[in-house]
Design a protein around this ligand. Structure first.
Ligand code: NAI
Length: 800
């Protein structure tokens, strides 16, 4: 070829990255890789093994051990033995280790990048310039958190032994996202890489050992989903962190329910990429390339749903098609290609099948002319693909394709853009393009997503939390909020398990089910729904007894329908979430004031129902008033942060209310527990449906008048009395409930976690531990506030 030819065609020759060092490394493991357990290699060359292949050729790269129960047992035991000394070593020591890992990654960056591209199929340009530098950055950043842990997280301790299961799309980066915070904060780890891409994790284990990481602190067990399930079920694991499909995430939520294991899930997405008519269209086209053709579209936060404003839609699609014609698909180690190979034949088949549904559902499938033919002949390749003309309900609009396939639609107004963008069961990320800063920043808060990029896409940094909402999972990775996912509050952890359910007053001669027909003269406290007192749907009442056994009154026996009505009322009270924190603080102060005006009455009621002495009862009322004042204080102080990542722009980390939260109160401290749970939730803009303490529900029904006279808008606090387990079940199963806090028993914790799996709502439970509601460390301030919100990170251009 002549220079003139290259100038004419702008074509260029392959520029392969050398793979000699990687091949030499693989050759040292020609007999097969084992697991990395307690600082040693175990199980290499066993019959139970599988291949890890190069997706660009289909050829085997290595034999990998399939982790058995004995392997997982050994890894968890090693992690357990190492955890105490690792935590006790102190943050400064752990910081040195993380720093050593960061340096090790930088020193072996080229080898790591090549191994990653060979095993996964992604372009070397990406592994070299994005994955590996971000991995090093993650260890540096978390070395810092280890260094300052003692002061910054003084009220927390490590969770313990952490099981981590990661996917194949960013094998090394996901390993770093998982292990850096876990190790920094004093936990030890058993990590299972994805079966398609275990090699970079195994190489990392070798580097970690060489860097002097103590044995047992990091253990790597390879295998497929069955090995993953062994880790999920292992009783020696204190926390699970999972990234992968929503399907497996759900399974893990169900299997860990009630086990006491902490859980974070980073699942799928179908993220919108919104282009307004005043956007810089050429920049937005480059954005699309990054959004959906980065890593062959195998990205959980890929901008896979393009929404373009009608006036520019045709022009934009035209530009995009021209750009598609210039994208090159080829060998992953070729430095000049834009897209590499799809990770495995199964994934390629899945992409093809989903694209076929688009055609069947009336869509038009576009690939640049000759694109398919230009893909390498062997291996798993699929060209950049654009689907137009599909309805919002089409399979390819709803389902995650996890491949280089973009689905497009158009909108007329900003409101319609928001409506279409949010019309998804996922809520991971969104990208907004407009030159009008007012418009872009008006849209960002309205998008249901954990991450929003303004005039950018797919930006990541260790200091900026990442994670989603809805069926994209819960929890955050990175940043301060990510650290909390590997810590637990000392004040809760110190508390003993409830040996038996808290004693309820003996019920003299009550009918077996304690359920009476409504008496003709209505003396029964009703429910409180939508700002009004409402008769329970079933028209039944439950007796309440004084501590001495005498009847003390009746409360309504709420049922599923009452909960549904209460949830609808809470949904409707959206104005509370949009209200200013100053407004919310005022209402909480007012609540405190009105409660204090009736303090004697509440103290008497508590004394009668619980048998507390007048002093104890008064102390509970006073503590409840203080809690309201504390929540009011925090309402306008629990604020976001501004991150300044080493990229152009800043990221606003903004705490957002969960939405509608169900609260099931424990039997003890009927007023104080109620207030301690509800006040932080409403302070930060949530609307609640509360099931008060069963034995002393009359304390909560006495609150109706306080709520009515305190300017709490209708629907913000709804109260449904009745059987806690029955009502908790309805709350947990309700798809319009975004979070569920359930306190009182291990049984309730299990039920809340298990049944929340439908919409993957956030749960906060006590796992049967009796919280000391009088202890400010355990029941006031940031500890609960943190659970009342989720952080949304909005990346905006700023500076040069
Ligand atoms: P997957 O969710 O099955 O695999 C992810 C990890 O979970 C792997 O390490 C796997 O071995 C493990 N795993 C599988 N079953 C398990 C079980 N029962 N218990 C514990 N661990 C288990 O994802 P897969 O099948 O590789 O990909 C299927 C689809 O999932 C993709 O097409 C994509 O839509 C989605 N996905 C999403 C990812 C994300 O980052 N959000 C990453 C990978 C896949």
């Amino acid at each position: 070829m002549s220079v003139a030819h290259y100038m004419d065609t702008m074509d260029y020759a392959p520029a392969p990255e050398g793979s000699g060092e990687a091949k030499a490394w693989l050759a040292t493991h020609a007999a097969g890789f084992g697991h990395f357990i307690n600082g040693a290699w175990v199980g290499a060359g066993r019959a139970e093994s599988f291949s890890s292949n190069d997706p660009s050729t289909g050829k085997r790269l290595a034999r990998i051990a399939q982790g058995s129960q004995a392997d997982v047992d050994a890894a968890v035991a090693a992690a357990r033995a190492a955890q105490g000394p690792w935590a006790a070593a102190g943050g400064a020591v752990r910081a040195r280790h993380l720093y050593a890992l960061a340096r090790m990654v930088q020193r072996h960056a080229r080898l790591l990048a090549v191994v990653e591209s060979m095993d996964n199929g992604k372009p070397i340009r990406e592994t070299r310039d994005i994955d590996v530098p971000l991995v090093a950055r993650h260890f540096y950043h978390h070395a810092g958190w280890a260094q300052v842990q003692a002061t910054e997280f003084a009220d927390q301790r490590p969770v313990g032994v952490v099981g981590q299961i990661i996917p194949w799309n960013f094998p090394l980066l996901m390993l770093a996202w998982k292990i850096a915070p876990a190790l920094a904060l004093g936990n030890t780890v058993v990590l299972k890489p994805a079966e398609y891409t275990p090699l970079s994790a195994l190489l990392f284990a070798e580097l970690a050992a060489a860097a002097g990481l103590p044995a047992g602190v990091l253990n790597i067990v390879t295998g497929d989903g069955t090995t993953g399930a062994l880790l999920v079920d292992h009783p020696g694991v204190d926390k699970l962190a999972f990234t992968g499909s929503t399907e497996v995430g759900r399974l893990i939520r169900e299997r860990t329910a009630g086990s006491g294991k902490a859980l974070t899930l980073e699942l799928g997405g179908k993220s919108p990429f919104i282009v307004f008519d005043d956007a810089d269209l050429d920049a937005a086209v480059e954005g699309v390339v990054d959004a959906i053709w980065f890593n062959q579209g195998q990205v959980c936060c890929a901008g896979s749903r393009l929404l373009v404003q009608e006036g520019v839609a045709e022009r934009f699609i035209g530009k995009l098609k021209r750009r598609m014609a210039a994208l090159r698909v080829g060998a992953p180690l070729d430095k000049a290609i834009d897209m590499g190979a799809i990770v495995a034949p199964e994934q390629l088949a899945r992409i093809r099948a989903l694209v076929a549904t688009a055609a069947a559902e009336g869509g038009t499938v576009y690939q640049a002319p000759g694109a398919e033919a230009a893909c390498p002949g062997e291996g798993c390749f699929y060209p950049p693909t654009l689907i137009t003309g599909v309805q919002p309900g089409a399979t390819v609009v709803r389902e995650e394709i996890f491949g280089p396939v973009l689905v497009t639609g158009s909108f007329r107004t900003p409101d319609e853009a928001v409506m279409l963008a949010n019309n998804s069961r996922y809520g991971l990320s969104a990208s907004v393009w407009s030159e009008n800063i007012g418009l872009a920043l008006d849209i960002a808060p309205k998008l249901v997503a954990g991450v929003v990029w303004v005039n950018a896409t797919n930006l990541f940094d260790a200091a900026v939390g990442f994670g989603g909402t809805r069926e994209s999972g819960f929890g955050r990775e990175g940043g301060r909020e990510g650290c909390y996912e590997y810590l637990k509050p000392i004040a809760w952890d110190e508390r003993p398990l409830r040996s038996a359910p808290v004693a309820t007053p003996a019920a003299p001669a009550a009918p077996a089910a304690n359920v009476f027909a409504m008496p003709p003269i209505d003396r029964t406290a009703k429910l409180f729904i939508g700002g009004k007192q409402a008769r329970p749907d079933g028209n039944h009442a439950l007796p309440q007894f004084a501590a001495d056994g005498h009847p003390a009154g009746e409360v309504g026996a709420g049922n599923r329908k009452d909960i549904r009505n209460a949830v609808a009322a809470a949904r409707g009270a959206e104005g509370w979430t949009k209200a200013t924190s100053h407004n919310r603080a005022q209402v909480l102060y007012y609540l405190g004031e009105n409660l204090s005006a009736r303090a004697d009455e509440f103290a008497r009621r508590i004394g009668t129902l619980t048998g507390a002495t007048p002093e104890q009862a008064r102390a509970e009322v006073d503590a409840s008033i203080a809690r309201l004042f504390t929540a009011a204080a925090w309402a306008d102080k629990y604020e976001g942060r501004v991150h300044q990542p080493p990229l152009r722009g800043v990221a606003l980390a903004l705490p957002e209310a969960l939405g509608v939260v169900g609260v099931v109160c424990p039997p003890e401290a009927p007023l104080l527990a109620f207030v301690s749970l509800v006040a932080p939730l409403i302070a930060l803009g949530n609307r609640v449906v509360v099931v008060p303490s069963g034995p002393a529900a009359l304390v909560a029904t006495d609150l109706y008048q306080v709520l009515e006279t305190s300017d709490v808008p209708a629907g913000v606090v709804n109260i449904v009395t009745g059987d806690a387990l029955t009502l908790a079940r309805t709350l947990a199963e309700h798809d319009d409930v975004d979070g569920l806090w359930a306190f009182g028993s291990a049984e309730l914790s299990t039920l809340a976690e298990k049944l929340s799996v439908g919409n993957l709502k956030r749960t906060l439970v006590d796992h049967g531990r009796a919280i000391d509601w009088f202890d400010d460390r355990a029941a006031a301030g940031p500890l609960l506030l943190r659970h009342a919100v989720q952080v949304k990170n909005v990346w905006i251009p700023y500076g040069e």
